[in-house]
Design a protein around this ligand. Structure first.
Ligand code: XIL
Length: 623
């Protein structure tokens, strides 16, 4: 089972990588807004093969540009319609893409029964504050519950601040009913009570989703950003569940944030522990005879490159998204008549100079390694957000430009241990160097030290030695450190290695008793036994030494409950769960008995430890 130790797929050298490949090497998702016919066949863009191909090959995240808005999702006060959103979610899941949800509370694109387009009448005009509160709560609860586990981040409230100076909260059916939610007591002009309430409702419906406030004209310093920062500061200080701020980034050549100003805004939010997503970037150009000049395109290139570069440099900028797939579906020509050419793909779905600008930024190393929480994932299942003791991680992006150019695989040291320095790379958890199994510029695989067990969080940092590594290896060369990031520690992040290291498909599973690799041509029968290999099971009884090979069986501590498993949805008896004897501590071995009554073929296998499940999409071949 040497394959399980290699972990996540090495980053292949690409001559012309896609945007998603290049962004993955930097530890961030890159996305595009997408439509699937929520307003009828005219915007059924997923049905266009060129659109679907660009979206799924160039991006690893999408956000419905309209399909999750109120006018689509709640056509009457008593009915919900999540079909368009479900279609986009299914597309994303098929192509291994994240989904950002947009949005739950906004002053625009409300259904006619709530706010008629005539502007008069409608439910909102006569509803009491209590009724409006119930309406908003029900809407948020229904939508977030429906998409729980599918939408990783929500724009909970969109564009709530005005563009006036001083910035006030924008008039809306929500703000103008101050009975919605707890009052902060800040006074009418700055009372963010309804926003707070929306975040609390969203969090209650899906505690795992990241919750964002999203707005435009907050990308650079100014009164509008200050107003948002004040709200976020207040929310964080009082424990209102907010994780991030979305910077829309709808830009034009005349006015765009300076890189320094953008970085400053991101840093001020970072100081509060708040993430930033670039959510809706486009750079519109004023066309003459339908085309942009090369001078305009050259300026646009600089803007795209600058914004992406700042995002890559700031550890808390954890996603980058453009607003549309191509010039064809861009909202710009209709929203800003006379403007266009705003995106990285043109009318023929060919990459534009803006595409090259993004790629250039993604392929340019920073002046120091940048570690982002989004780059820290389970090497078998790619789950992120938290780490478990002994979990074998793949850490992407941090060493881009600061690691060995060619992959370096581990070799056991003289004591039979995994090295804590590999190819000049070290990764520290609370100052403890972690065992490493793989290192390459852009990706290192590390085993979380068992010492993090029981802690709330751990501080992770990366170091690169230009001369190959610290003593007692080659001369302790000049080294450069990344920033440090803090990540939550949880008891377990179970995941099963995929045979092809992709995170899904046939699992790293042996049939018992001959230890042959389970496959379509070597399936297991009912009542037979298998051994599954993964990582993220957490601590084992009696403890385990970091970086040592497991000397024998050691059962998972498995707090708070013993692991369970299903195959094809049927319960499978767990006969062993713990260390994998002879493999590095941190590899999880689970032995199961195959239940009766399964349909022959590949069947999904899921391991549950406490409240955590292994990733979906891993299969075992059953006969
Ligand atoms: C836009 C959509 O792209 C259009 O299709 C729709 O007609 C109007 O809304 N800020 C936002 C997005 O937060 O929801 C908007 O999307 C663009 C501006």
């Amino acid at each position: 089972m040497a394959l399980v130790l290699a972990g996540a797929a090495p980053l292949a050298a690409q001559t012309t990588p896609t945007l998603r490949q290049a962004a993955a090497a930097r530890g961030i998702p890159i996305g595009a807004a997408a439509s699937d016919g929520e307003y009828g066949p005219s915007n059924d863009w997923l049905a266009n093969p060129q659109y679907a191909s660009v979206l799924s090959t160039q991006y690893d995240m999408l956000e419905p540009d309209n399909a999750m808005k109120w006018d689509v999702t709640q056509p009457t006060i008593d009915t919900y319609n999540f079909v368009p959103g479900d279609t986009l979610v299914a597309f994303a899941q098929k192509y291994g893409m994240l989904v950002r949800g947009h949005n739950l509370c906004w002053y625009q694109q409300l259904p006619g029964w709530l706010v008629p387009s005539s502007g008069t009448g409608g439910y909102a005009s006569t509803a009491s504050e209590a009724q409006m509160s119930t309406l908003l709560q029900n809407h948020i609860t229904a939508e977030v519950t429906h998409f729980a586990g599918q939408v990783f981040a929500w724009d909970v409230v969109n564009e709530a601040f005005s563009d006036s100076t001083p910035t006030t909260l924008r008039d809306s059916i929500w703000y103008n009913k101050p009975g919605i939610g707890a009052s902060t007591g800040n006074g009418a002009a700055t009372d963010t009570g309804y926003i707070e309430q929306a975040f609390r409702w969203a969090h209650a419906a899906d505690p795992n989703a990241l919750l964002f406030y999203n707005d435009y004209s907050i990308e650079g310093p100014g009164p509008k950003f200050t107003a948002v920062l004040n709200m976020v500061t207040d929310f964080v200080s009082r424990g209102v569940p907010i994780n991030g701020v979305g910077f829309e980034m709808h830009l034009e050549l005349g006015g765009y944030p300076s890189p320094a100003g953008l970085a400053q805004n991101m840093q001020q939010l970072a100081a509060l522990g708040i993430q930033v997503h670039i959510t809706e970037m486009d750079v519109r150009l004023q066309l003459s005879n339908g085309t942009a000049t090369q001078a305009q395109l050259t300026q646009q290139v600089q803007i795209y490159q600058n914004i992406m570069t700042v995002c890559l440099q700031q550890p808390n900028c954890t996603a980058f998204q453009v607003w549309g797939v191509s010039y064809n579906d861009s909202w710009i020509p209709s929203a800003f008549p006379g403007y266009g050419a705003a995106l990285p793909f043109d009318f023929n779905y060919q990459p534009t100079q803006a595409f090259t600008a993004l790629l250039t930024a993604l392929q340019t190393p920073e002046s120091a390694p940048v570690l982002k929480t989004t780059g820290v994932v389970n090497s078998a299942g790619y789950q992120g957000g938290a780490v478990a003791p002994g979990e074998i991680l793949a850490i992407f992006g941090v060493g881009y430009g600061y690691g060995p150019a060619d992959p370096v695989n581990y070799q056991l040291d003289a004591n039979g241990m995994f090295p804590t320095s590999l190819g000049g790379v070290q990764v520290f958890f609370d100052g403890v160097p972690a065992p490493l199994s793989y290192a390459q510029a852009g990706q290192v695989n590390a085993v979380v030290p068992f010492e993090v067990a029981g802690k709330q969080q751990t501080v992770i940092a990366y170091r690169y030695y230009y001369n190959g590594g610290p003593a007692p290896g080659p001369l302790p060369g000049l080294s450069i450190n990344s920033n440090a990031v803090t990540m939550p520690v949880v008891a377990a992040v179970p995941a099963i290695f995929a045979l092809n290291a992709s995170g899904s498909g046939p699992g790293a599973i042996e049939n018992w008793p001959d230890y042959s690799i389970n496959s379509a041509s070597n399936p297991v029968g009912a009542n037979g036994y298998i051994q599954i290999f993964g990582t993220g099971g957490g601590t084992v009884v009696g403890g385990a030494a970091d970086g040592a090979l497991a000397p024998g069986a050691a059962w998972l501590s498995a707090s708070p409950t013993w692991p369970t498993a299903t195959i094809g949805g049927l319960p499978a008896t767990v006969t062993y769960a713990g260390s994998a004897p002879g493999l590095v501590n941190g590899v999880l071995q689970v032995n199961l008995q195959i239940p009766q009554g399964l349909t022959p073929g590949p069947q999904p296998v899921v391991i549950t430890i406490g409240s955590a499940q292994s990733q979906p999409g891993i299969t075992v071949a059953v006969k």
